[in-house]
Design a protein around this ligand. Structure first.
Ligand code: ADP
Length: 212
């Protein structure tokens, strides 16, 4: 980290599938707020040459490897979606590495006066990443909208979308852990207005002790 620039407030942002994380991140970006996405980091740590990829290959063999040496993420998702023990194994080799990379990012990022930053993660609570942030922001949507938006965006049928939503943490569990909530059940304009209010609130927040 730039020694003269104290680490700003870090907001952890989460929400279920198709709740609007990417949409919200784009608005914060336009407002000049830097962010790191745990999903991007999750892809980085299984890139060719990474130790996590070698461990996955050792467990499942070459059938999970694409011709270009990359991981067939879709095939792996199907395995872990069907078997909780496999999911647990996968998380045990990926979550600690994701966490380490996120900490590195937070420690080395040149903040250049950014008033605060976002750590965006679909598994903020499930993976213990909330310990890396100062506040938690939950994007909340009713399940029927999540299903509808997932089906439309990912070109899956509604039954599949419902299964994915059902396998995730519930709306109530997320809301119980939230410091701040964005309701994404209205128009994009209503979402943007809420984000602008929250942005102002975060800019006005005093830096927490221990953040320097
Ligand atoms: P996530 O990153 O949480 O999975 P996205 O930001 O990709 O969610 O949003 C899921 C889908 O829903 C996208 O196709 C997005 O364009 C759409 N979407 C998000 N917010 C709204 C909204 N307020 N109204 C209509 N569609 C929305």
């Amino acid at each position: 980290m730039d020694e003269l620039t104290p680490r700003p407030l870090v907001i952890g942002m989460t929400g279920g599938i198709a709740s609007g994380k990417s949409t919200v991140a784009r608005v914060f970006s336009r407002l000049g707020i830097p962010w790191v996405d745990a999903d991007d980091v999750a892809r980085e740590i299984v890139a060719p040459g990474e130790p996590a990829l070698a461990e996955i290959r050792q467990r499942y063999g070459a059938r999970l490897m694409l011709d270009d040496g990359c991981l067939d993420r879709r095939a792996l998702r199907e395995i872990v979606f069907a078997d909780p023990a496999e999911r647990q194994w996968l998380e045990s080799i990926t979550h600690p590495r994701i966490r380490t990379r996120l900490i590195e990012w937070l420690d080395t990022f040149h903040w250049r006066g950014a008033p605060y930053a976002l750590l965006i993660s679909p598994l903020l609570f499930e993976s213990g990443q909330q310990e890396l942030v100062d506040r938690c922001l939950v994007i909340d949507v009713p399940e029927y909208l999540q299903v509808e938006r997932t089906a439309r965006r990912d070109d899956v049928d509604e039954a599949q979308a419902r299964d994915i939503v059902a396998a995730q943490m519930t709306r109530e569990q997320r809301l119980a852990r939230a410091d701040d909530v964005l309701c994404n059940d209205g128009s994009p304009e209503s979402l943007e207005a809420q984000i602008k209010r929250l942005d102002q609130q975060y800019r006005d927040m005093p830096r927490l002790p221990g953040n320097n």
